[in-house]
Design a protein. Structure first.
Length: 153
């Protein structure tokens, strides 16, 4: 019980000034959208910014596995006036995938990494959660295709 009370106290400090928090989380739960909320270890592990100088705290992190869940997450945020940001890899130097400020709903698209190559047209359809390595391997494995890519330092 003491752990629960401590978690609630920490949670209220993290989302202070975000009156829609309870409503948003309840909406995500009712809509069966997987999510992590402030105060949990999973939340903390998944919101580490690429550039540690920009450390923003989202109101919640939705982790949908289907398009209807993405739609539901955006609908819940819209209903309660919470800004939404997609996270597609999280390599933004200015932490835009975390909202660029505190209090946004982050929708992590990591499960949307399908890559389909149409060999007739050479057009690839790439999911928003695909990373560069996924893309390079997918294009090569499906048709021996490649894209220019490298490392920035």
């Amino acid at each position: 019980m003491a752990r629960f009370i401590t978690a609630i106290a920490l949670l209220s400090q993290v989302v202070q000034g975000v009156p829609a928090f309870d409503h948003l989380v309840n909406c995500l739960i009712r809509s069966k959208v997987p999510q992590y909320i402030p105060g949990s270890e999973t939340f903390s592990r998944n919101i580490v910014p690429y550039n540690l100088r920009f450390n923003f705290t989202p109101v919640a992190l939705a982790v949908p596995t289907s398009v209807p869940q993405v739609q539901a997450a955006v609908g819940c945020a819209s209903k309660y006036g919470v800004k939404v940001n997609p996270k597609s890899g999280g390599h933004s130097y200015a932490a835009h995938s975390l909202g660029g400020e505190d209090g946004h709903l982050v929708v992590d698209l990591k499960y949307f990494k399908n890559i389909t190559l149409d060999k007739t047209t050479n057009i690839a359809t790439v999911g928003a959660g695909a990373r560069l390595g996924n893309l390079a391997l997918g294009l090569y494995n499906q048709g021996g295709r490649a894209i220019a890519h490298g490392v920035c330092e």
